[in-house]
Design a binder for this molecule. Structure first.
Ligand code: NAD
Length: 356
C-alpha cells in the first residue's frame, strides 16, 4: 500500500536540506518504493503562509500521513512574535497533536569523521548508539508543579516526577523492538537506588523484557551512565530512559560525535508513525548560502524508512551510501578536514544519490 509522507521544510537551511532529501525519496519512488509526498509549511513559514506556526492544513496533512520529514524551524525575523506564534510552537504542537512519546536519538560517528570528536579517535570511531528517550511524561509534565511561598516567606520551587506503568511499558516496548533490529542489547538507565519512580520503571522494563528473550537487558544508574558515555561509549547498543535523563544523556552522546550536521532523530507514536528530523536548527547564519550539511537529513530519511515504513534494506543502503561519500573525501564546511574536498549542500546530496 502506498505510504504517505508529509514533507515540512520549515525555515532557514531546512528548505535547502529537505530539497536534497526529496530528491532521494523521489529516486527511491522511481525505483519502486510506494510513497506519496506532500509538502506543507510549518514554523516561520507556517506563520508567513497562514498566520500561525502550525497551520490547520499542515496539521490535517500530518494527521493523515504515515510519516513526517521535517527540516528545521526558526529565524531571527520571528523572535519578536508573541510566544504562541513563534516557530518553535509549531514543533511542540506537532509532538503533542501526534502523541509522539518515543524520541530516538542515535549517536553515530562514521569512522572517517573520528577526528571531529573531542574524545580520542579510538574511543569514538565507529560509535553507533541509539538513545530512546520518553518524551511526553516524567518531571517535565508532572503535576503539581510551581513556585510557592512558605510560611516563613521563603519561596520554594517544586516539580513532580511521575510515571505510570503503562507509560513505562510502551516506551520499553519501543526500545526492545529497536534493540531487536540492532545489536539486541538494551541498557535501561534509571536512579533506582534513590527514586521510587525508578524502582517501578526498572520493574516494568524487566516485565516487558520477558517478551524479548533474545535481547540482553542491563540496568545502569544515570550518574554511572553519564560517566560510561564519555569513558567507553562503544559498550552501548540501545539505551532507554526517562524524559529528563534522556534529554541530558542524548545531548552528551550527540556531542561525542562532534558534528551537529550529521545527526538524525525520530519521534514515534504507539503505531510507529513518526516525525523525522535532523537534530540541528535552522542555522540562520548560513541559510541561503548553499553550504549546509544535508547528511543529518538524509540519515533522517533512512530512519523514516527503517522505523515507519519497515524498509530496512533501503535504509541500510542510504547509511552505506553516506559512508562511501565520506570515504571519497567529500565534506561540507562543518566537517571539513585536511586533505578532503569541500562541497556544498547540493553537491553533497547528489554525491549520496550517485552512490545509492
Ligand atoms: P542551529 O542548530 O541552527 O545552529 C548552531 C550552529 O551549527 C550554527 O553555527 C549553524 O551554522 C551550525 N549548523 C547547524 N546545522 C548545520 C548543518 N546542517 N550544516 C552546517 N552547519 C550547521 O542552532 P541555533 O543557532 O541555536 O538556532 C537557530 C534557530 O534554529 C533558532 O531559531 C532555534 O530556535 C532554531 N532551532 C530549531 C530546531 C528544530 O527545528 N528542531 C532545533 C534547534 C534550534
Amino acid at each position: 500500500m502506498t505510504k504517505k509522507i508529509a514533507i515540512l521544510p520549515g525555515d532557514g537551511i531546512g528548505i535547502e536540506i529537505i530539497a536534497e532529501a526529496v530528491k532521494l525519496l523521489e529516486h527511491l519512488k522511481s525505483n519502486g518504493l510506494e510513497i506519496e509526498l506532500s509538502e506543507a509549511p510549518v514554523g516561520g513559514a507556517g506563520y508567513d503562509a497562514a498566520g500561525k506556526p502550525l497551520p490547520d492544513e499542515t496539521l490535517a496533512l500530518v494527521k493523515n500521513s504515515d510519516a513526517i520529514l521535517l527540516g528545521a524551524v526558526g529565524g531571527p525575523q520571528y523572535e519578536k512574535l508573541p510566544r504562541e506564534l513563534r516557530p518553535e510552537r509549531g514543533l511542540l504542537g506537532l509532538r503533542s497533536e501526534l502523541e509522539l512519546f518515543a524520541n530516538l536519538r542515535p549517536a553515530i560517528l562514521y569512522p572517517q569523521l573520528a577526528a571531529a570528536s573531542s574524545l580520542k579517535a579510538e574511543v569514538v570511531a565507529g560509535l553507533d548508539i541509539m538513545i530512546v528517550r520518553e518524551l511526553t511524561g516524567g518531571i517535565y509534565f508532572g503535576e503539581p508543579r510551581g513556585i510557592r511561598t512558605l510560611e516563613n516567606g521563603e519561596r520554594e520551587g517544586f516539580n513532580t516526577l511521575v510515571y505510570r506503568e503503562s507509560e513505562v511499558d510502551r516506551i520499553s516496548r519501543v526500545a526492545f523492538d529497536i534493540a531487536m533490529k540492532r545489536g539486541k542489547r538494551l541498557c535501561s538507565v534509571d536512579k533506582a537506588n534513590v527514586l521510587e519512580v525508578s524502582e517501578l520503571w526498572r520493574e516494568r522494563v524487566e516485565f516487558v523484557g520477558k517478551d524479548y528473550p533474545e535481547v540482553e537487558l542491563s540496568h545502569m544508574y544515570v550518574d554511572n551512565a553519564a560517566m560510561q558515555l564519555v569513558k567507553w561509549p562503544k559498550q552501548f547498543d540501545v539505551m532507554v530512559t526517562k524524559n529528563m535523563f534522556g534529554d541530558i544523556l542524548s545531548d552528551a552522546a550527540a556531542m561525542l560525535t562532534g558534528s551537529i550536521g550529521m545527526l538524525p532523530s525520530a519521534s514515534l507514536d504507539a503505531n510507529s508513525k513518526g516525525m523525522y528530523e535532523p537534530i540541528h536548527g535552522s542555522a540562520p547564519d548560513i541559510a541561503g548560502k548553499g553550504i549546509a550539511n544535508p547528511l543529518a537529513t538524509l540519515l533522517s530519511v533512512a530512519m523514516l524508512l527503517r522505523y515507519s515504513l519497515d524498509h530496512a534494506a533501503e535504509a541500510d543502503a542510504i547509511d552505506a551510501a553516506v559512508g562511501r561519500v565520506l570515504d571519497k573525501g567529500l565534506r561540507t564546511a562543518d566537517i571539513m578536514a585536511a586533505g578532503c574536498k569541500q562541497v556544498g549542500t547540493v553537491a553533497m546530496g547528489e554525491a549520496v544519490l550517485t552512490e545509492l
